[in-house]
Design a binder for this molecule. Structure first.
Ligand code: TEU
Length: 544
């Protein structure tokens, strides 16, 4: 039976477990920490939480390297802690989505350890992608594919690892070997993993690297056009992204989800060159949602913003799926900083070259608040990333010795890396580690100025970013803005303007104020006065 299809209009809050709340006090967040903060999330007004990986992992890529898909990493707690958290969330009416990482496992996964020792051509090796090398002695990698994290996609098995000679494929770090998803044993294993978590009661999965699971037959060489970025942003026909075979897997998983109560959802993480291609992921018998990365990567430009919103509604609408919206996540520069980077194409592949310079924090925060005010008025489902409700900027000055992101190391620090959006969030201004725990330990240092972004400070300030989010979410719920459609308005080239019934929404992405005439404000992204919308602001209002 079909369920409520809650995911069509849901606001889903991404929790990055290691940086959310730390009950044990060891400097890394954990599941009991999340449980202890669910009341704050309830009062924020979100519908669901998505947890980045907390499964057993050596943490070479912050948990996106899973060694056991059916257990909790001891750093984050136990399965019993997970069940407690899930029940506590459900009691409050908050749904729970977990991150599933099916493209690759950790090199510490028992299957990969067996594969290293096993012989070429064995069933153990067939679960991953092992190949003989090129060159007279197989000393050259099987093809020229480049890893998203820098370097090649192939690592050769040494004597010390197991049976030496062959190479194995890893789109990401060498510690993240890719599964062979043409192998039925792999498929059956993951059906079991889905059921394991569905049986515990999760409401859905965010599917990591959903676009990478199938590689082109024969693993042909590929040379990217020089201008393109490493995620396939501008590229078509990359032999390891968006291959047709992925759709079989999603259809298969759709059936597994449907064995449950009809209300469990799959959200694919798919970086694809066009919205049309992205929308194919969410045909009625495939995933329920996919992230709208073209929207996330849109710069602060009214024309570009209008276009991406229009194209998103068209592309997703054409397949009967809700559009999704997202401004930040754990892989990109926080939008309170990103939207104020001024060089050409500052986002690059979402991490940002250091040559992008330093963003202006005042402009960045204003634009972030305006961008969120616009986003939460759009029909469809929105994703929030922990800390954005506080207006947190990217932490730009992390000392090298604290860095953990493999992209930082594999690019020799040429990119900011992704640690700056992963710093533990501030809860209490006058407390050790700003209330992240009560010991003061923190796996990444928190910038001193983050005290002013602490939740308790913002709770007490009517004009804070936190109170803006609460107002937006409450009004959105009240007015059921998550479903339905919008009507565009022409308010000049610098404005993004539309209405939803009698509610008007406008953002000013230009440099001159826009006169609104006689209006009654419902929400303003900044406490401006009068009926003029300043640059870098947005508002919801009605007209007499
Ligand atoms: O990311 C997949 C991905 O292709 C990018 O977002 C990538 O992280 C970025 O290009 C790095 O340069 C997912 C996860 O969100 C990310 O955190 C993981 O590192 C990655 O998969 C590997 O599991």
């Amino acid at each position: 039976a079909p369920g409520s299809e809650w995911w069509r209009s849901a606001v889903i809050y991404q929790i990055y477990p290691r940086s959310f709340a730390d009950a044990s006090g060891d400097g890394m967040g954990d599941l009991p920490g999340i449980t202890s903060r669910l009341d704050e999330l309830k009062s924020l007004g979100i519908d669901a939480i998505w947890l980045s990986p907390f499964m057993t992992s050596p943490q070479k890529d912050a948990g996106y390297d899973v060694a056991d898909y059916r257990d909790v990493d001891p750093r984050f707690g136990t399965l019993a802690d997970f069940d407690d958290m899930l029940n506590a969330a459900h009691t409050r009416g908050i749904r729970v989505i977990v991150d599933l990482v099916p493209n690759h496992s950790s090199d510490q996964h028992v299957w990969f350890q067996q594969a290293l020792k096993a012989a070429p051509g064995s069933p153990e090796r067939a679960r991953y992608i092992f190949r003989d090398g090129r060159g007279e002695h197989g000393e050259l990698p099987p093809n020229n594919w480049e890893s998203v994290f820098g370097g090649g996609q192939w690592t050769r098995v040494t004597e010390a690892d197991g049976t030496p000679g062959q190479w194995y494929l890893h789109i990401f770090d060498p510690s993240q070997p890719d599964f062979d998803w043409t192998n039925e044993e792999v498929r059956e294993e993951f059906r079991g993993v889905l059921r394991f978590w569905l049986d515990r009661g999760v409401d859905g999965f965010r599917v990591d690297v959903a676009h990478g699971m199938i590689k082109a037959d024969g693993l042909p060489d590929y040379t990217p056009p020089s201008e393109a970025d490493s995620m396939g942003g501008g590229e078509d026909d990359v032999p390891y992204w968006g291959q047709d075979g992925v759709h079989d897997i999603y259809r298969d998983w759709h059936k597994v989800m449907a064995e449950y109560d009809g209300d469990r959802a799959l959200c694919g993480e798919a970086w694809l060159p066009t919205l049309e291609k992205t929308a194919l992921w969410v045909r009625p018998d495939e995933m329920h949602q996919t992230f709208n990365f073209p929207y996330m990567m849109t710069e602060w430009d009214a024309e570009a913003m209008r276009t991406v919103i229009r194209d998103s509604l068209d592309a997703f609408g054409a397949v009967g799926a809700p559009s999704t919206w997202v401004l930040s996540n754990h892989d990109v520069i926080r939008h309170a900083s990103r939207l104020a980077l001024t060089v050409d194409s500052p986002q690059g592949d979402g991490i940002g070259p250091k040559s992008a310079g330093k963003p202006d924090p005042v402009i960045g925060l204003s634009r972030a608040r305006a961008a969120t005010t616009l986003m939460l008025a759009l029909p469809g489902s929105s994703y929030l990333y922990q800390g954005e409700e506080l207006g947190l900027p990217e932490a730009m000055e992390i000392p090298d010795e604290f860095r953990q992101d493999p992209t930082w190391f594999r690019t020799n620090g040429e990119r900011y890396g992704r640690d700056g959006c992963r710093v533990p969030i501030p809860w209490t201004a006058d407390a050790p580690a700003f209330g992240f725990n009560d010991t003061g330990a923190s796996w990444l240092p928190q910038p001193a100025e983050w005290g002013s972004f602490a939740r308790d400070v913002e709770e007490a300030d009517a004009d804070s970013t936190l109170n803006l989010y609460k107002t937006l979410l409450a009004e959105r719920r009240e007015r059921t803005l998550g479903s339905g459609s919008l009507v565009w308005e022409d308010a000049g080239s610098d404005a993004v303007a539309f209405h939803r019934g009698d509610l008007h929404v406008m953002a000013n992405l230009g440099s001159e104020p826009i006169d609104l005439g006689d209006v009654t404000f419902v929400v303003r992204s900044e406490p401006f006065t009068g009926s003029v919308l300043p640059p870098n602001t947005a508002a919801w209002f009605t007209r007499a």
